[in-house]
Design a binder for this molecule. Structure first.
Ligand SMILES: [Zn+2]
Length: 236
């Protein structure tokens, strides 16, 4: 492992870690919390590495800046802003020794707790509230779109998977991530349409996308938007 500097034409330089591994055949680049790491096979000339990095310098700088732009972790405090169906919701925490009520008036989510500074409990309460909202909302959308598709309403399960927003298995069960309830309605509509279309086609073929398009004509835009907001939705 060696520390090096990549000098860019503008006079700017990027530090990187060079790692040699015996069983590699190609040069691999990785940008993460540790910065840029370059994995190389044995016996690769430094100028080869250097010129590859120069070629990839736009990609490297973009990745490094994306990493810096990542939002800080969500702060579970009174006055924090949550999202519900794409709308801002103010988190209103109240100290109450006896009552543990959760109330929502469309703009504020009131949560009463004996210790409102217990962030883990606040987080759990909010997640429970989201899950309840999600179940009601997703159930209604599934019913509507299943009717449109001419299929029986499939059973819904809420998931909390980090890697996917929805899934449909061979038994025809639909799983949707409760975190989606934070997204605007047209995004939820797209994910529901996508999973329901799998009841017709268990693949991502052209036929499948044609079904999605019938339920959600703007699916391409919605899909792009969802990708862009994924990180944000996972903060909570
Ligand atoms: Zn799919």
């Amino acid at each position: 492992m060696t520390q090096r500097q990549l000098r860019l034409p503008g006079g700017h330089s990027i530090p990187y870690t060079l790692k040699v591994s015996a069983n590699r055949r190609t040069i691999g680049l990785r940008v993460d919390g540790n910065g840029l790491t370059v994995h190389i096979p044995k016996r690769v000339a430094q100028h080869t590495v250097e010129s590859l990095l120069q070629d990839k310098s736009d990609w490297i700088t973009r990745k490094l800046s994306e990493l810096q732009d990542r939002s800080p972790p969500f702060e579970w405090r009174d006055g924090a802003t949550l999202q519900h169906l794409g709308q801002d919701v103010r988190l209103d925490l109240r100290q109450d020794a006896r009552n543990r009520a959760v109330e929502f008036d469309g703009a504020r989510l009131y949560i009463a707790l004996p210790a409102p500074d217990d962030t883990r409990l606040v987080q759990r309460k909010v997640a429970q509230w989201y899950a309840k909202q999600a179940r009601a909302d997703f159930t209604r959308r599934i019913e509507l779109l299943a009717a449109k598709l001419g299929v029986p309403t499939p059973p819904l399960f809420l998931s909390s998977a980090r890697t996917r927003w929805g899934s449909c298995n061979s038994r025809g069960e639909i799983r949707l991530n409760w975190r989606l309830i934070q997204a605007p309605p047209h995004i939820i509509h797209y994910v529901v349409a996508h999973e329901l279309a799998h009841l017709k086609e268990m693949n991502h073929s052209a036929k499948f996308w044609a079904w999605v398009g019938k339920l959600c004509p703007d699916y391409l835009a919605a899909r792009r938007e969802l990708k862009a907001m994924s990180g944000q939705l996972h903060l909570v």
